[in-house]
Design a protein around this ligand. Structure first.
Ligand SMILES: [Fe+2]
Length: 376
């Protein structure tokens, strides 16, 4: 850890263990550095820190119902731009069926998260079947296209000018959360070889500096007959995750980190049992996450800490915005009615501020900031 100024105190009426045994009638708020793994302070407030009566200005949280973005596009480079900064570009794409052109991202690695549908990915490395819940990492420069019989909904997360990596699992060892052996790679199979036609022109749309170039070939350039090496497209389905949990401690979101890129992380919330210790918090603690902007995409299930959120929605909490469980969820702070969560969600935490893209504006739910108000 960096050499932060060392302080370790307990002041006033306070618990000595984070997220546990809060003083009677109080609400815990965490203020921390480096997301959730730097120095932190835990306040015990008499009121929920989200109990505002009015909230104006650009720090307001935003919510977008991406499932309502009805228009499809055959090219991923026409996908709706949702949130963007210099290191991360988040888009939402509905592919109506078959991509007539190949795509290639020369700006950075691309992470596809399939929200709905099934399809076949054809790429430099071969063919891979894809389905809802799949993360697909496409290394920068990969040529690819997707064929699907029905519309495919995809969240696209570009690691601009960088590469996706896996987090250090430390004491857990390399095979926790998911074993690297479960990662699938494309195969040079009969279907892949069969699509290598020489009798029709193919075009590749290459994106560099977010501008497109179009390259035309008199043959299909996905014509590799083999490859070797330690770089490939990989696929991980969220059902393959074996999330960390503690029955006595509410783990911070950083425990669910799936991929790392330069100046942002991608985490996955997957079903897990609730904490059972009577004094342990069973909902997320209030926090500001001052060093990161937080994005959450809701894939499936019932979102235990949020009211009025359904699959296909995305929320955006700018760094410095205090948030925590919604009022209905807060009533279950120490007592959950179900034994386990059943949510799947993708979280993207960025070290630098994100801008809302034009593609998200038509589906914004402007009442989101008021959704923490307790209704009589
Ligand atoms: Fe948060």
């Amino acid at each position: 850890m960096k050499r932060y100024i060392p302080v370790s105190r307990v002041e006033g009426t306070a618990s000595r263990q984070a997220h546990c045994d809060l003083p009677e009638g109080t609400y815990e708020r965490e203020m921390s550095k480096e997301g959730f793994f730097g120095p932190a302070a835990f306040f015990h407030h008499r009121h929920p820190p989200t109990g505002w009566t009015e909230f104006t200005g650009p720090l307001q949280p935003r919510a977008f119902d991406l499932a309502k973005l009805a228009t499809g596009a055959a090219s991923p480079w026409s996908a709706h731009e949702v949130l963007v900064n210099a290191h991360c570009r988040i888009r939402y794409w509905r592919l109506p069926g078959r991509m007539p052109r190949l795509a290639r991202n020369a700006d950075g690695d691309e992470l596809l998260f399939v929200h709905a549908g099934v399809g076949e990915l054809y790429c430099d490395f071969g063919r891979l079947l894809i389905e809802a819940g799949d993360y697909i990492v496409l290394p920068r420069g990969t040529m690819w296209r997707i064929e699907s019989a029905a519309p495919l909904d995809v969240l696209m997360i570009e690691a601009t000018n960088s590469s996706y990596q896996l987090p250090d699992k430390g004491l857990l060892g390399n095979h926790a959360i998911f074993d690297p052996a479960v990662l699938d790679t494309p195969r040079i199979d009969a279907e892949f070889l069969a699509q290598q036609s020489d009798d029709a022109p193919w075009q590749v749309e290459v994106k560099r500096r977010n501008a497109l170039s179009l390259i035309t070939y008199p043959f299909n350039p996905l014509d590799a007959v083999g490859w070797h090496g330690e770089l490939s497209v990989v696929r991980l389905n969220v059902r393959q995750l074996r999330p960390l949990m503690s029955h006595r401690y509410h783990l911070p979101p950083s425990a669910h980190t799936t991929f790392l890129a330069n100046r942002f992380v991608v985490c996955t919330f997957a079903p897990r049992p609730f904490e059972t210790d009577p004094g342990a918090l069973k909902v997320p603690f209030f926090h500001n996450n001052d060093d990161y902007d937080e994005v959450l995409f809701y894939h499936a299930g019932d979102f235990f800490s949020r009211d009025n959120i359904h699959p296909g929605m995305m929320t955006f909490h700018p760094g410095g915005f205090t948030h925590g469980p919604h009022p209905k969820a807060l009533t279950r702070m120490f007592q959950q009615s179900k034994p386990a969560t059943d949510e799947y969600a993708v979280m993207i935490d960025t070290r630098d501020a994100l801008d809302v893209g034009a593609g998200a504006a038509p589906v914004e739910w402007t009442g989101y900031v008021d959704s923490w108000k307790v209704r009589p």
